[in-house]
Design a protein around this ligand. Sequence first.
Ligand code: C2O
Length: 546
Amino acid sequence: SKLRMFVDELPDMPRIHGYEVVNGVYKPKLLKIGMFHKKWKFHRDIPATPVFAYGTSKQTATVPGPTIEALHGVSTYVTWLNHLPPNHILPWDPTIPIASPPSKTGIPTVVHLHGGIDEPESDGHSESWFTRNFRQRGPTWTKKKYRYHNVQHPGTLWYHDHAMGLTRVNLLAGLVGAYVIRQPNVELPLELPYDDEFDRPLVVFDRSFRYDGSIYMNSTGNNPGIHPQWQPEYFGDTIVVNGKAWPYKVVRRRKYRFRIINASNARFFKFYFTNNLTFIHVASDSAYHERPVILKEFLLAPSEIADVVVDFSKSQSDSAILANDAPYPYPSGDPVNEENGMVMKFIISKHEENDDSKIPKELIRYPSPGEYHVAKTRHIAMYEYTSDIDEPTHLYINGKPYEAPVTEIPKVGTSEVWYVINLTEDNHPLHIHLGLFKVLDQTELVNEDEFKDCMLKHNDAVKCQVEKYARGEKVEVPAHEKGWKNVYKMMPGYVTKILVRFSFIHSNQSYPFDATAEPGYVFHCHVSYYYLFFHFLVLAFVCICM
Ligand code: C2O
């Protein structure tokens, strides 16, 4: 029988402050956040599910983990502690490059703050993993106590596991959480909803469950002769928001702000309201827009963030269902069904109320790309090689696999123009650590096959005269994605031109840390599935050591 929807109330995850107030002065704080094996109720009628959960204790650990509230200008220190058992609760595949503890026991984990602009030692490099009690550590591991500087612009980030080859299963097991950087002197004057009650993260992901409540993940690989268990993509039929399947929330007739994080491995969401309510998009990924953008629907790739205001006083009806209509895989997979096409329900109070929050005309103005000197232009071509001994295909960047030495070495504080050429069949949400970027344009390739042949031979977009091919249809960058982002959807068969700013901190601030130190940074596709980092470093491959 089918699960009933909208029977569990939407939780607000516990909030942990990453700072303290001592004699009226804000001081950095050291948090200890563990990863625990426990059971979690995803739905009234699903038996409790074994999960891995972040929390300050096993008892209080949640899926998603606690929301960390940080304050601009005050560092938050976190010691992430692995309390996980020797064996994983989900199938994983040892035949793909993976964080591999020499003793073969223990679950490698490492935490990345997605959207954070921080020193490399605290970036959660995929090879900086560690097992329970730090007993075993990956090759780039340097320290236990991570420092998040919080000197970047205010906005929404999220933390998630980032271990080589295990990211996809560690995320599926529950290792995700929201992180908000607040800067009251800049944000309060905007008068957006900002109090805990009216400003909430919504962490959305898809899962499938067995009758006994455990998370279902197909344990046969797409090509079991080579990789017995590896499947590059994961899709579940149950949509989970803040740890509950298709929850409901009772709301007042006023504005709310939702920081929507797509924490799925592979599912894109195209969100809309069944009763025509609109979304007032105020920030995308971690950065505010200059002006709010009003939308009836929007597409959110894995790892992207939409920070939106919803004004329930505009609702004609007493309830509104947040729904999804993105095919999976996106864009050319199956259409959604009755289950994965539903997300959650809002039950709207009938009483009118005074709402003193506002939607300002102007939000925050950041420097525009033209204000930066372009230090370098690069071509980044993504493609897959198929071979009889390795299926599914590996993703390569400029012909190099993830394991290849670092290729791109931008200088901190500079800006570059990248032409990202997607020669694969899929839409890849490209994520860059340490930097923010603006999408300038997206242009379709003509005679793509001819260009691809050349690239397969020479791995050199300039030599292959990419400009000769990049002259098809131009796609407008949607208004709500024109700002500074850290993830963008690279359309297959297109060249996407982006301006990347390495270490985009507030306009004139200098870089507060030594970015040339080990272990460096990565950029990668955030669809869970490619070779390595599936969710993360998926495409990644190339470390940006700065
Ligand atoms: Cu969301 Cu490299 O990460």
